[in-house]
Design a protein around this ligand. Sequence first.
Ligand code: NAI
Ligand code: OAA
Length: 340
Amino acid sequence: MFAARQTFGLFQKRAFSASASQASKVAVLGAAGGIGQPLSLLLKLNPRVSELALYDIRGGPGVAADLSHINTNSTVTGYEATPAGLKAALTGAEIVLIPAGVPRKPGMTRDDLFNTNASIVRDLAKAAAEASPDANILVISNPVNSTVPIVSEVFKAKGVYNPKRLFGVTTLDVVRASRFISQVKETDPANEAVPVVGGHSGVTIVPLLSQSNHPDIEGETRDALVNRIQFGGDEVVKAKDGAGSATLSMAMAGARFAESLLKAAQGEKGIVEPTFVESPLYKDQGVDFFASRVELGPNGVEKIHEVGKVSPYEEKLVEAALADLKKNIQKGRDFVAQNP
Ligand SMILES: NC(=O)C1=CN([C@@H]2O[C@H](COP(=O)(O)OP(=O)(O)OC[C@H]3O[C@@H](n4cnc5c(N)ncnc54)[C@H](O)[C@@H]3O)[C@@H](O)[C@H]2O)C=CC1
Ligand SMILES: O=C([O-])CC(=O)C(=O)O
């Protein structure tokens, strides 16, 4: 197995910072991709990460060699694209980020990625269920509304499913929401927070402007802002013109979410992130996964926050989201049932 990996962490001399006194291995599956590379870079810069494990079907060791020259204390290991390499990348990981899979081209919906990405995510989930059953699994690969249920079904089949440790990464939606509202209001986005609930595609993305600093935004301005948040991904897909979708902003969002989990694992209280998790909020309507604000703790999900008071306009948005979510979730489950 050792031959299947290359280790580059040879220059680790300085003491860890206090926050990184706990060893934290983070694995990135799809590490050589458009998201994987800048995400791995940001993780290499994070003192809370002690070991970075990079896996991809091509190029993992090269990205690892490059990042390993950065003079931060973590080790970086690139793994060969073999079952043994994948297993070694996953073993001992506290966090597994999955940005493996194809991105959209103009004219496609995220659901159009299902046929390709469902089996990629299923196979990586099988490996994770065997090698790192207790890790926090952070699913970035689209369509998130379906790939997260795929992971849950695979973990269930292996008898290791823990709903507190499975997260669909929807952080980019709130990152965009705070940026876009700051452009409308000419404010600093650092001071803006717009809760975004539901899921991660089109109308399942539900921004709650009534709970932002600017509940006064109404009429056409509101409609345009909500639409921009819901379809922010499409803006990037169009601008990239066939060369993929958001990668850099997604890397920032993924790194932020991983950082929040590490902070929570290392004992910080009150860490809240939006994320798509198995949720009781709309179970009575047949929707088992839902994104809302989630407090994180050492065991993963600590507390799922209620959606809270919404306007009649937002109630309609939630209704539309639930209808799509139900189908997207079922599609993921059916896929695993039919293609175990
Ligand atoms: N959750 C979110 O907010 C967002 C999700 N995405 C999604 O993230 C995914 C990745 O996007 P990009 O990085 O731009 O794509 P990309 O094509 O640049 O990179 C994907 C990487 O995955 C690797 N890969 C493919 N199959 C694999 C496997 N079985 N095991 C390991 N690695 C494998 C590829 O070799 C490639 O390096 C897409 O599905 C995209 O839709 C993108 C932006 C935001
Ligand atoms: O739009 C896409 O396909 C990628 C994505 O999920 C996003 O940027 O939010």
